[in-house]
Write a protein that binds this ligand. Structure first.
Ligand code: FAD
Length: 394
């Protein structure tokens, strides 16, 4: 089997890259470990930056997003019994974000790929990249009981944090940077109307909480919990009670509760690997970096890596410009470190790091008070939240 770009992983990175390349006539095959249904069952991100929205348009998957997505022009910060609105559009000269679930983005991309007749091999086992530092790399894997060799020009490692791509790079050729936070997020998805039209990020002495949504009838709420907390110990009643305690009274009074349709705990970490390429292998999205979800950056960073690799591949196949390939990692990392900084900063400012009122908690309050009372501070939050511009290749 032969293709131009072999893509490992059919998450949002792999599917978006595949669709963009396909529309430019660049042949690609996606090899995914799980089934399509399993990929679609993962409940994850939901806030899309303008850059990602534009990229989805370029990929031709904007119809349902435009019909069902919710454009948001602001969000709220809650601290010290105060509610402060961050007016994204006013502070950034008109930029906003789109609330549209990762599951829906994935579904749209899967359907577009199927309609285009491009190949995705689901339930591929033991995917292994080979000869990455040669001119003719290839993948091997088992599919439907057959061992397959997929020859290609380039390999895109879009296989997430636990994937095989990053592990295929010799350890001495990469450097990893990591910060693990001493808490996780307990998330609940419910078919209840959101408590507010806009997202609410709330700092509280009992811990951080986030009121988010996927649509006008489906809510996503999160609570900061200790790392050793077990999801079985959180009945729906306990979750709703705790959420109400962490919200201002007027918000809590409006909260519509109901049965959860998904409940899970995700640990929070910041992680970056450098460089993001080795020979003809490129790491894309979560395979190369993780952010805590506080700034809504994980999925959006994956999209900006896709944008860079896609434009590089177009230069290679349409203009013969192989000289730009070496710049992939440095181009992506410039933007990644800024998003890592924003996510770390929001996490540090809004979460509870100690049960005691201490120096750190006073610093958090002072910082929130300062940034929300300063036009410069509010602009900093807004321009990072809507997404910094994509880096150019040249
Ligand atoms: C629980 C959770 C909650 C999250 N919540 C948010 C949020 O609220 N906001 C936000 O912005 N971001 C959030 N994120 C991050 C966001 O979902 C990710 O950044 C995004 O999914 C990255 O997309 P990706 O395609 O790079 O990786 P993934 O979505 O991880 O996709 C990787 C794909 O590769 C496949 N794969 C893995 N290994 C192999 C292999 N060896 N062979 C073949 N295929 C393989 C996987 O099955 C998967 O389909 C969350 C992440 C998690 C885990």
């Amino acid at each position: 089997m032969k293709t131009q770009v072999a893509i490992i992983g059919a998450g949002p990175s792999g599917l978006l890259l595949g669709q963009l390349l396909h529309r430019q006539g660049i042949d690609n095959v996606i090899v995914e470990r799980r089934s399509g249904e399993y990929v679609l069952s993962r409940i994850r991100a939901g806030v899309l930056e303008q850059g990602m929205v534009d990229l989805l348009r370029e990929a031709g998957v904007d119809q349902r997003m435009d019909e069902e997505g919710l454009p948001h022009e602001g969000f709220e910060l809650v601290f010290d019994n105060r509610r402060v609105r961050v007016a994204l559009d006013e502070l950034t000269g008109g930029s906003k974000v789109m609330v549209y679930g990762q599951t829906e983005v994935t579904r749209d991309l899967m359907e577009a790929r199927a309609a285009a007749g491009a190949t995705t091999l689901y339930e591929a086992e033991n995917v292994q990249p080979h000869d990455l530092d040669s001119d003719s790399p290839y993948l091997t894997f088992e599919h439907n009981g057959e061992t397959i060799r997929l020859e290609c020009d380039y390999i895109a490692g879009c296989d997430g944090y636990h994937g095989v791509s990053r592990q295929s790079i010799p350890q001495e050729r990469i450097k990893e940077f990591e910060k693990v936070y001493p808490f996780g997020w307990l998330g609940v998805l419910s078919d209840t109307p959101p408590v507010s039209d806009e997202l609410i990020y709330a700092s509280h002495e009992r811990g951080f909480s986030l009121c988010s949504m996927r649509s006008a009838t489906r809510s996503r709420y999160y609570l900061q919990v200790p790392l050793d907390e077990k999801v079985e110990d959180w009945s729906d009643e306990r979750f709703w009670e705790e959420l109400k305690r962490r919200l201002p009274d007027d918000v809590a009074a409006k909260l519509v509760t109901g049965p959860s349709i998904e409940k899970s705990i995700a640990p929070l970490r910041s992680y970056v690997v450098e460089p993001m390429q080795y020979g003809r292998l490129f790491l894309v999205g979560d395979a190369a970096h993780i952010v805590p979800p506080t700034g809504a950056k994980g999925l959006n960073l994956a999209a900006s890596d896709v944008n860079t690799l896609y434009r590089l591949m177009v230069k290679v196949y349409q203009e013969g410009r192989t000289d730009l390939i070496e710049r992939y990692s440095q181009t992506c990392l410039k933007r990644i470190w800024k998003a890592e900084r924003f996510s770390w900063w929001m996490t540090s400012m809004l979460h509870n790091f100690s049960d005691e009122e201490d120096f750190n908690s006073r610093m958090q309050l002072a910082e929130l008070d300062y940034v929300t009372s300063s036009k410069a501070g509010m602009t900093t939050i807004a321009e990072n939240y809507v997404g910094l511009p994509y880096e150019s290749l040249e």
